[in-house]
Design a protein around this ligand. Structure first.
Ligand code: AMP
Length: 278
């Protein structure tokens, strides 16, 4: 497995793969890998001959008071996991490599990025679309795999790829959960044992919402109120609970067709997101 830090070098690696007639799948991550990330790697391997994992904690998608500095990092652990999963190369550039001092160009998606996390985290998706575009241009993949854990992000990336004609096929992968239902996330590391227990209210309330929709409830306000109540009764501070059309990410008046229930909530200072598509 190759470990590469320079854009010129990963381009050379990818170009050689392409010349040999093979396809490239990329899995963009911020590292501190867990089974959720590894499931994306497995999907990339099924859909491409050569798999590149990118590891880059992207400063431009963090707000000024967010956790960029303390975001968990463990390159050695990530390296071992990638190796054990048959990854061909890790692209782990420095901040300087991706953001030279005089960078003044950004990639903006202007519709799907307006609500949900886009409201609570201004400029977050500008950072995401810009880094993913830069990673696509560095790695030159045929396929890229993103997790539905970050459902809004995956929709925005699909839109950006279509709108800007990136020759990349985007595949999305289902959410991987801990045995008790908590969606896996690098940020779960921040939770104290007590917060970890309380945080279960997120996946549990989503499951309850799913059940009541299956039993005929179609009023999005009733569903979102009960999800909010469940989380706040468990000591979580709700950022948002939204019920949206899963394609357009616009609010719905009645639950019918493909619907997204998206949640963001704080437990202590840790902000967690989760969702369900029905
Ligand atoms: P991150 O390192 O958190 O930026 O995530 C990198 C990629 O892994 C993104 O496409 C995420 O959606 C995906 N991912 C993170 N957690 C999970 C999970 N629990 N299940 C599936 N995919 C995930």
């Amino acid at each position: 497995m190759k470990i590469i830090g320079a854009i010129s070098e990963i381009r050379k690696f990818s170009s050689e793969v392409r010349i040999s007639g093979k396809t490239i799948g990329v899995v963009p991550t911020m590292g501190f890998l867990h089974e959720g990330h590894l499931s994306l790697i497995d999907i990339a391997k099924k859909n491409a001959d050569v798999v590149i994992v990118t590891i880059f904690v992207n400063p431009s998608q963090f707000g000024p008071n967010e956790d960029f500095d303390k975001y968990p990092r463990d390159f050695e652990h990530d390296r071992k996991l990638c190796e054990s999963r048959g990854v061909d190369a890790i692209f782990a550039p420095s901040v300087k490599e991706m953001y030279p001092d005089n960078l003044t160009s950004w990639v903006l998606e202007e519709k799907l990025s307006q609500n949900l996390c886009g409201k609570s985290r201004p400029n977050h998706f500008r950072g995401v679309t810009t880094i993913v575009a830069k990673l696509f241009n560095a790695v030159l993949p045929d396929t890229a795999v993103f997790g539905e854990k970050d459902y809004q992000q995956a929709q925005i990336i699909k839109r950006m790829t279509r709108d800007l004609n990136f020759p990349v096929r985007i595949i999305t992968a289902p959410i991987v959960r801990e045995k008790d239902g908590l969606a896996m996330s690098s940020r779960n590391k921040y939770l104290s044992p007590d917060e970890r227990k309380r945080a279960l209210s997120v996946s549990q309330s989503l499951k309850e919402a799913e059940d009541s929709i299956k039993n005929g409830e179609s009023d999005p306000r009733k569903i979102s109120e009960s999800v909010k109540l469940r989380i706040s009764q468990s000591g979580g501070r709700v950022d948002y609970v939204e019920i949206l059309d899963a394609e357009t990410l616009e609010p719905v008046n009645m639950i019918k067709g493909k619907t997204l229930i998206a949640v963001a909530a704080f437990f202590g200072t840790t902000r967690l997101i989760d969702n369900k598509v029905l």
